[in-house]
Ligand binder design. Structure first.
Ligand code: G6P
Length: 366
């Protein structure tokens, strides 16, 4: 029954809609009295408290969830994080050894490069903490400690609900480590932990924009290039939004840290080029606004995602206002309209959404 897509035309759309449920299941039992609880990490506590840095490695969408984790772990748990694509991690001469902890993220738990990175880390004497969606997968069996996302089986090649569940879990991990490592007072941890509980509801609110996004997709379907820009956590989400569009619609999409545009990419921004601008991070808001003006001045067509900042609306062609909340919790919500956009653009172009050309759900070859 889990493999049944009806009434949805594609598994991807079904899985996009399953996100509130996937997040609720991933949250279940993990918040108690304003604290994050991970009984799975009892034996890891010593290592996680004492380690001086964290390595993080994954492929594809899971890596993008890792990028969100990098920002949150540094911000909340004051832990420097070295994030690396698994196929790069493996072939670097890593300064990795006993006392180090490597966080591995993989939906399937079977990706060849990720698995090889895990094995290398263990060989070097590091401890491995894995986030995976598949119980009993190779990554789950070989890691020292495992945190499961409870997204349920994901069938569409383009990952959606597994990504948001991974983002939720890295957020919980950062809050858990903030307490464990004493880097944030409980007066700051508790409200954030309490707010995390609202993420499934916020995602459900954003899913209601579906029809409007489908209409936009119709208007955008002939485009051959897209740019996604953002700063900080928004940049991490921009990377995932661009990947979704590339994977299923075959449109060339590039994600850029907005401040880096002027160092090259701006040359590609001409009349009518679509730019998706994420502006959910209040401390970076003014900077984002000037980047939006920069691309507008070159004739770009700008779709913005913002939290509650009205100022963006006046500068853009289309502006979506995400449910307000702490900027640190925006990624899991902000990605959802980008998933819908990719989905509806791909459908409008007549693409095989669930089985895009040249891609596989789980890449078990190197
Ligand atoms: C493949 C899939 C991607 C996925 C990546 C990593 O390339 O097409 O959607 O993000 O593998 O998969 P994993 O199962 O390790 O998260």
């Amino acid at each position: 029954a889990a493999a049944e897509k009806a009434p949805y035309p594609h598994f991807m759309l079904k899985e996009i809609h399953e996100q509130p449920r996937a997040l609720r299941d991933t949250l279940r039992g993990r918040i108690e009295g304003g604290r994050v609880v991970f009984p799975e990490l009892e034996e890891a506590a010593f290592h996680l408290r004492e380690c001086r840095r964290l390595f993080l490695t994954a492929c594809g969408t899971a890596f993008h969830a890792g990028l969100v984790g990098k920002y949150l772990l540094e911000k909340l748990a004051r832990l420097p994080v070295e994030a690396d694509i698994a196929s790069e991690f493996r072939y670097r001469d890593l300064t990795l050894g006993p006392g180090d902890v490597v966080l591995v993220i993989s939906q399937s738990g079977e990706t060849a490069d990720t698995l090889a990175a895990l094995r290398l880390a263990k060989e070097k004497g590091a401890k491995v903490l894995a986030i995976t969606n598949v119980v009993g997968s190779s990554v789950a069996r070989e890691a020292d400690w495992v945190l499961y996302t409870w997204a349920g089986p994901e069938i569409a090649v383009a990952s959606t609900k597994a990504y948001t569940a991974q983002v939720l879990l890295v957020t919980l991990l950062a809050l858990y480590l903030a307490e464990l490592r004493g880097t944030l007072p409980s007066e700051e941890i508790i409200p954030l932990v309490e707010e995390v509980k609202f993420l499934p509801e916020r995602v459900a609110q954003v899913l209601a924009w579906e029809e409007e996004i489908a209409r936009l997709a119709q208007a955008l379907k002939e485009q051959e290039h897209f740019f996604f820009i953002g700063r900080g956590l928004d940049w991490a989400v921009a990377e995932e939004g661009a990947l979704k569009l590339k994977e299923i619609s075959y449109i060339h999409a590039e994600a850029y840290p907005a401040g880096e545009l002027k160092h090259g990419t701006l040359a590609l921004i001409t009349e009518g080029v679509p730019v998706v601008a994420l502006a959910t991070q209040s401390h970076l808001f003014e900077k984002m606004l000037s980047n939006i003006k920069e691309v507008k001045a070159r004739g770009a067509w700008v779709l913005a995602l913002t939290a509650d900042d009205q100022a963006v609306a006046g500068e853009t062609d289309v502006c979506f206002h995400l449910p307000p909340g702490n900027p640190l919790l925006m990624p899991a919500v902000a990605v959802v309209p980008l998933q819908l956009l990719a989905y509806y653009v791909a459908v409008a172009r007549g693409c095989d959404v669930d089985q895009p050309r040249n891609l596989a759900k789980s890449v078990t070859v190197e």
